[in-house]
Design a protein around this ligand. Structure first.
Ligand code: GRF
Length: 191
């Protein structure tokens, strides 16, 4: 199984996923896709000898060129790890139940357009939530609406700030995302 990771930002999750599958003989991360040529995640790809594809927004939506790259790299599974563009329907259709995303809150709360990064943690903080967490879900053509695969929770204390909430959530992301990707892939190959 070959995985393509899509990321627009720092790539701490991408790094954990790459490390997790490093010595796996069945599953390999062999492509990092980004819409930002300067995204730090691309340095992580370079450090790990993983090929990079920088996509242009217009091309991504108006052509299906990316499917040719996926063929070339024999991509079977796509992981969104901090990727900010909506996935076009030609891709969700060709990769049905083969694209997963991680969202830094307990969906269906605090999801949808504009709900990414610190925006999510600020909203959770302002709503005085008692708990938050992560949601790993399949991707369809709407933001944060695909079927939920896994959630993990953490408690929020009265003294928590959006930053400390973000730190708690990040710990859950790094702990669970690689494992849940592996489980999802394994379940699919067994059925
Ligand atoms: C994570 O919080 C993830 O939940 C969200 O985007 C962020 C990516 O962080 N989808 P990083 O670039 O992996 O550090």
């Amino acid at each position: 199984m070959n995985i393509a990771i899509f990321a627009s930002g720092t790539g701490t999750n991408a790094k954990k996923i790459i490390e997790y599958f490093e010595n796996n003989t069945q599953v390999k991360v062999n492509l990092i896709v980004s819409n930002k040529a300067t995204a730090p995640v691309l340095d992580i790809a370079r450090e790990n000898g993983i090929d990079i594809l920088v996509i242009d927004r217009h091309n991504f939506y108006k052509t299906q060129d990316i499917l040719n790259f996926f063929n070339e790299y024999s991509i079977d599974f796509v992981v969104l790890a901090g990727f900010l563009l909506l996935i076009p329907s030609y891709l969700t259709k060709s990769f049905e139940n083969k694209i997963v995303n991680i969202h830094p809150a307990l969906l269906p709360k605090f999801g949808g357009k504009g709900m990414y990064g610190m925006n999510v943690h600020k909203a959770v903080h302002e709503a005085k939530e008692k708990e938050t967490g992560i949601t790993i879900h399949y991707v369809n053509e709407n933001y944060d609406e695909g079927a939920i695969i896994f959630q993990a929770k953490c408690l929020i204390d009265t003294e928590d700030t959006p930053e400390t909430i973000s730190n708690k959530v990040r710990i859950l992301e790094h702990e669970f995302f690689p494992k849940i990707i592996e489980q999802t892939i394994t379940n699919q190959t067994e059925t």
